[in-house]
Design a protein around this ligand. Structure first.
Ligand code: ADP
Length: 359
């Protein structure tokens, strides 16, 4: 979805001052406001424990709201039961019933609602046809590939004709190869169905690959909302820059700035610096060959360099440039960047290091 379409689209979901407090102390979700455009793919992204799933569960009606509102198509659904909201949920590893055929998996919720067998089977079959699975309707999950299982799970979620599909880390239990295939499929189905998808993930790469809109959360708050391009190129805060990766956070006289790893340059002497560029002295701490480029880790010059110094900054040097002028650990260099490559970073909501725990 392009930016203009996205901005013009009505909101499918609107979240107003939404708060969840499980216990005393800091709320798990702390008064967030968010508008999710109809027909868009939205990813809620952030480190483990930042409140993504709680937010999703409050939209789904699987978690009560402490305060605030959830609107779907301008209808306040905050106090409605899950089944009456117009949302459906897709879970990790698809959570299909292993003993039921694809058809019966898809028809299951209609059976629970008391829909007659002929009708529920006809509706399930139509949906399986829609996701190109009609010919495998009689198979059980174990007889289907990962991709086919995902399509059955999608059909099962769609049988209640939801306006919004909620996906809670649907890909995180898959092996890396399958995960990349499945996310491409998810994106295709979202576009083909024209539905609003809200997908929770802790993977920056997954969110960037899928989302029209990324919502970066930290400690129950929203740090930034934007397209993957906006969030990656203009991280709003130090937290976002560090969490997204691929950025250097540099203290300058004017405050903290972010410079992308591929936009930071390295030189041996000041004579070669472009006019109006900023620079700092640094020492090489790591040299890693990565194929098309060499990744250099560096520390600010002047700090005591120990054998287990961790890199504060990183620079990508093309394989060719590196071959022409190789750098070694302990080399003293100049890191430089032009003003158009640096942008100011706002303060993190809380100290970024505290929330970079592995998911
Ligand atoms: P995320 O999905 O981003 O990993 P969660 O929304 O699951 O984060 O959790 C946010 C915070 O709320 C965490 O500190 C977590 O420990 C806490 N939390 C989540 N669910 C419960 C619960 N049912 N009871 C108490 N605390 C919870």
């Amino acid at each position: 979805m392009d930016a203009t379409t996205l901005a013009a689209a009505p909101a499918a979901i609107e979240i107003v001052a939404l708060t969840k407090r499980y216990a005393q102390g800091r709320p798990a979700v702390d008064g967030i406001n968010l508008r999710i455009a109809s027909g868009s793919y939205c990813c809620l992204l952030g480190p483990s424990g930042c409140g993504k799933s709680t937010t999703l569960r409050m939209i789904a009606g699987h978690e009560s709201v402490t305060s605030g509102d959830v609107l779907l198509d301008n209808r306040n659904i905050t106090d409605l039961p899950a089944a009456a909201r117009g949302t459906a949920m897709m879970f990790q590893s698809f959570a299909l019933f292993p003993h039921l055929t694809a058809l019966d998996n898809v028809a299951f919720s209609l059976k629970m609602k008391g829909v007659a067998k002929a009708e529920r089977q006809a509706r399930a079959r139509a949906l399986l046809d829609r996701v190109a699975m009609g010919h495998l309707a009689e198979r059980k999950p174990a007889e289907l590939s990962g991709g086919q299982q995902q399509r059955v799970a999608l059909a099962r979620a769609l049988i209640t004709e939801p306006r919004v599909l909620l996906l809670d880390e649907p890909l995180s239990a898959l092996d890396p190869f399958l995960r990349i295939q499945m996310r491409a499929e998810l994106r295709r189905w979202q576009q083909e169905l024209g539905l609003t998808f809200i997908h929770v993930t802790h993977s920056q790469e997954e969110a960037m690959a899928l989302a029209d809109t990324m919502v970066v959360m930290n400690h129950g708050l929203i740090e930034q909302v934007g397209s993957p391009h906006e969030v990656y190129n203009r991280p709003a805060s130090e937290f976002v820059a560090r969490f997204m990766g691929g950025h250097n956070v540099i203290d300058t006289a004017a405050g903290k700035v972010g410079v992308r790893t591929d936009h930071l340059q390295i030189a041996r002497t000041a004579e070669v610096l472009p006019p109006a560029s900023s620079h700092m002295r640094a020492v090489v701490t790591d040299v890693e060959y990565q194929g098309t480029y060499v990744l250099l880790g560096l520390q600010k010059a002047g700090a005591a360099l120990s054998s287990h110094a961790t890199a504060e900054y990183s620079v990508m040097v093309s394989e060719e440039a590196f071959a022409a002028s190789p750098y070694q650990v302990a080399d003293e260099v100049l890191l430089h960047w032009t003003p158009d490559r640096a942008h100011a970073l706002g303060p993190a909501t809380t100290p970024a290091t505290a929330s970079l725990e592995p998911a």
